[in-house]
Design a protein around this ligand. Structure first.
Ligand code: KG4
Ligand code: ZN
Length: 353
């Protein structure tokens, strides 16, 4: 017999926007009750980055078995579901289509509603799955492989973009610098590990665009600076683990400092006191530590999702989908995905309280 109340609303979340198949089940009374994640890292590793067609094909292989795993973990059958949420964008078009087509079709077969979720809204709302959560309004820094965004969150679904990257996203800069240092893919976590052994003060990296009053970011110059520094060392015959660690540490410190400076400016401009940080790079220990320290000094507070919900996962999609479904939003029967999808195009989420 199921332990789960018949009155609860249960939403299955499907995330397939890039190189991770993430499935989770959100229960309105108990939160996330089961989840599973399959990472395609091994599949793409030999190519040094994500190969879109391989990603789509692997999502086809993994999504249905993972849905079964999650339902089994929760002790539920598909008939217990009240709704299905899938990532509808932004992301790789083929990869998105796998989750969207499966999610929409299963919902149609079960005669339950479906909803297409914005991947970055999923990241943002993941912070609200924690016990200690921010109150509206708050500032959000979204940092992933494809995006660097500073957002004023006035209400759920009401997102004003204050600043964004004009070139590489910060995660992309981590990945490219890691590749340069021979750390392979995915590079961000590996670079952060190498940086722990490095001396961040040996090289002085720039803090791009921090002398400008606006809140946009540019990280491609930082990656180039790492390349120029590394090449100069190679030319001097210095290619040691320590030298690479020093570059990694200087790069990481510059990237984290830049994010912090822009957050500081955005907090001053908006008068907000709470900051939510989400997306893959929010798993970075130095960023978490420095932002925590800074917000404490300011008498404000910073909120992060737990580590496994910083990087791509199904839980954030299930939860964001639940919020939109309970507000009455529904996906049409025609399946559409948006590889590009500005966050400020979303509708406000009407909460029923
Ligand atoms: O949110 P996410 O899992 O996928 C996207 O939506 O892009 O973010 C992935 C990005 C990658 O660039 C990865 O290198 C970076 O997040 N990342 C990190 C760390 N963990 C993941 N970057 C720096 N430090 C980390 N600990
Ligand atoms: Zn993501």
């Amino acid at each position: 017999m199921s332990l789960i109340s018949k009155n609860s609303y249960k939403v299955l979340g499907i995330e397939t926007s890039c190189d991770e198949t993430g499935i989770a089940l959100y229960d309105s009374e108990r939160g996330i009750i089961a989840d599973a994640l399959y990472s395609q890292v091994e599949l793409h590793q030999r190519y040094g980055g994500v190969v879109p067609e391989l990603a789509s094909r692997d999502h086809i292989r993994k999504t249905l078995p993972l849905i079964e795993t999650v339902l089994n973990k929760a002790g539920l059958s598909a008939l217990d579901l009240n709704g299905i949420a899938y990532t509808a964008g932004p992301g790789l078009v083929g990869a998105l289509l796998v989750g969207a087509l499966l999610g929409r079709s299963i919902a149609y077969g079960l005669n339950i509603p479906a909803i297409g979720v914005h991947h970055m809204e999923g990241h943002l709302l993941a912070a609200l799955l924690e016990q200690e959560k921010p109150e509206l309004p708050f500032l959000a820094l979204l940092v992933s492989g494809g995006h660097t965004l500073l957002i004023e969150v006035a209400a759920l679904g009401v997102y004003r973009v204050l600043g964004q990257s004009i070139d590489d996203a910060v995660g992309e800069a981590f990945d490219k610098t890691a590749k340069l240092l021979g750390l392979g893919y995915p590079g961000g976590p590996a670079l952060a590990r190498l940086a722990e052994k490095g001396n961040a003060k040996r090289f002085r990296f720039p803090r791009p665009m921090t002398d400008k009053a606006h809140l946009d970011f540019s990280f491609s110059g930082l990656k180039t600076h790492a390349m120029v520094t590394y090449k100069a060392l190679l030319a001097q015959g210095e290619d040691t683990e320590q030298a690479r660690a020093d570059i990694a540490a200087a790069f990481q410190e510059a990237a984290v400092d830049t994010l912090l400076l822009k957050c500081k400016r955005a907090l001053t401009q908006t008068g907000l006191k709470q900051l939510v940080v989400a997306g893959g790079v929010s798993a970075n220990s130095l960023l978490r530590h420095n932002l925590q320290q800074f917000m404490q000094q300011q008498g404000g507070k910073v909120f992060f999702p737990r580590l496994e919900y910083c990087t791509d996962n199904g839980a954030m999609i299930a939860y964001a989908g639940y919020l939109r479904l309970q507000a009455g939003e529904r996906a049409e029967l025609t399946v559409g995905v948006k590889p590009r999808w500005p966050l400020n195009e979303l509708e406000a989420i009407e909460t029923q309280r």
